[in-house]
Write a protein that binds this ligand. Sequence first.
Ligand SMILES: *[C@@H]1O[C@H](CO)[C@@H](O)[C@H](O)[C@H]1NC(C)=O
Ligand SMILES: *[C@@H]1O[C@H](CO)[C@@H](O)[C@H](O)[C@H]1NC(C)=O
Length: 134
Amino acid sequence: MHNNALAKAAEELEIKLSGFKYLIFDFFTSLMDRTNNPAKYGFKVGDIACCGGGAYHGATACGWLTEEYELCSDPNEFVFWDAAHPTEHCYSQLAELLWNGTGNVTWPLNMKQLYELDIDTKVSSQDIDLIDVV
Ligand SMILES: *[C@@H]1O[C@H](CO)[C@@H](O)[C@H](O)[C@H]1NC(C)=O
Ligand SMILES: *[C@@H]1O[C@H](CO)[C@@H](O)[C@H](O)[C@H]1NC(C)=O
């Protein structure tokens, strides 16, 4: 519901505000695809965190509380670093999608297209704000 409402609000703002440009990046779908199909993206493990304890290494935190936790030997093999955060390897892929992903991942523009907008449209870098990440 949030994602649909955000897209609608952004479209309305684009009509209302001259020069308003935006992009929406589908972080959730891209991350879930890696979680469910890790091998497709060069990961070995999609549904267990590198660091943590309990079920999926998601039940207890990675060392900042007193609970016991386990740490994997190679975080690059994992989609998730801990219960809440992707690994750098995963974030690097997501950042690349945000930069030059296709229209099913980032739309109506990707970040590269947003930065390459013709200066005749009078869009300066100060006018470019990332309004949200879905
Ligand atoms: C987007 O499209 C590309 C190319 O067709 C495909 O490889 C990718 O899995 C799609 N991603 C999503 C999130 O649907
Ligand atoms: C996207 O950008 C990355 C980093 O600059 C580059 O390595 C990759 O080839 C680009 N992919 C496409 C489809 O342009």
